[in-house]
Design a protein around this ligand. Structure first.
Ligand code: CIR
Length: 257
């Protein structure tokens, strides 16, 4: 595999003050979260990625969820304007890191978008309109990507924070979905694996070139993913789940040439 980069970001000492939309606030063990995050980074390294971890500060409780701050394609990267105002000052350091690898485009006001609302499957890009991502962002993303041959669709996110809480990619035409949180018509051209009904939050998997990183909190859905033929690398992700984050949220994958 060409050397690919995974950009991650340290867990802020202020993690307990994170944004929460659907979850009740419960105590988070920051040290345990850090240990789980390190194991996640090790999983990325084991898969051959060079992990570049950015610094954090007490002013950015949600910094570890670096996925929301940019969307990386082979040709360019889009720096987002996050839907939560508290997260907007996370962008400069991420932009600086990505500038070494990609030409940057920046989302402009009044558009807001979190990277967690963008699903990329081959040349198809689905933008979830959510409490974080608005119509204006769909237009700006279309303008940037359509000239490059990407097809950009949008769909409504309901019942969960981000589009990728409800659907993520397991393969070129294979998606992991929670059928109750997606509009099935928007994904009709894909084959799907459904989460186990007892694990509604399990639709977030991080697909890498030869394996899928997945949370050990959802064993029944893990079994379904394995049965679909995917090679799984399970990680503990329970502490960051309390901050409404999952496995895709904690990295930006920059594919090597
Ligand atoms: C937030 O509400 O912004 C964070 N507490 C969680 C963000 C999770 N990010 C993601 O799903 N892409």
């Amino acid at each position: 595999m060409p050397r690919s980069i995974a950009i991650t970001r340290a867990i802020s000492p202020a993690l307990a003050d994170c944004e929460l939309t659907y979850l009740e606030r419960v105590p988070i063990d920051v040290e345990q979260a850090r240990a789980q995050h390190r194991a996640y980074e090790e999983a990325l390294m084991e898969a051959g990625y060079l992990v570049e971890r950015l610094d954090t500060s007490p002013q950015m409780p949600d910094s570890v969820f670096v996925e929301d701050i940019a969307i990386v394609f082979d040709e360019l990267a889009i720096v987002t304007r996050p839907g939560a105002e508290s997260r907007r000052h996370e962008t400069p350091a991420v932009a600086e890191a990505l500038a070494a690898y990609r030409t940057l485009h920046a989302i402009q006001a009044p558009a807001t978008v979190d990277g967690g609302d963008i699903l990329v499957a081959d040349r198809t890009v689905v933008v979830g309109r959510s409490s974080r991502t608005n119509e204006a962002a769909v237009g700006q993303i279309r303008q940037i990507l359509e000239p490059l041959g990407y097809s950009v669709y949008d769909t409504v996110v309901r019942g969960c924070l981000h589009l990728k809480s409800a659907v993520t990619s397991l393969g070129d035409d294979l998606l992991l979905v929670n059928p109750h949180w997606i509009d099935r018509d928007a994904f009709s051209r894909f084959r799907t694996v459904e989460v186990d009904p007892s694990e509604p939050a399990a639709a977030n998997a991080l697909r890498l070139h030869d394996r899928v990183i997945f949370s050990s909190s959802y064993p029944k859905t893990a079994e379904r993913i394995a049965r679909a033929g995917c090679r799984l690398h399970l990680v503990e992700a329970s502490e960051l789940a309390k901050a409404e984050g999952a496995v895709t949220c904690c990295s930006l994958i920059v594919a090597g040439d």
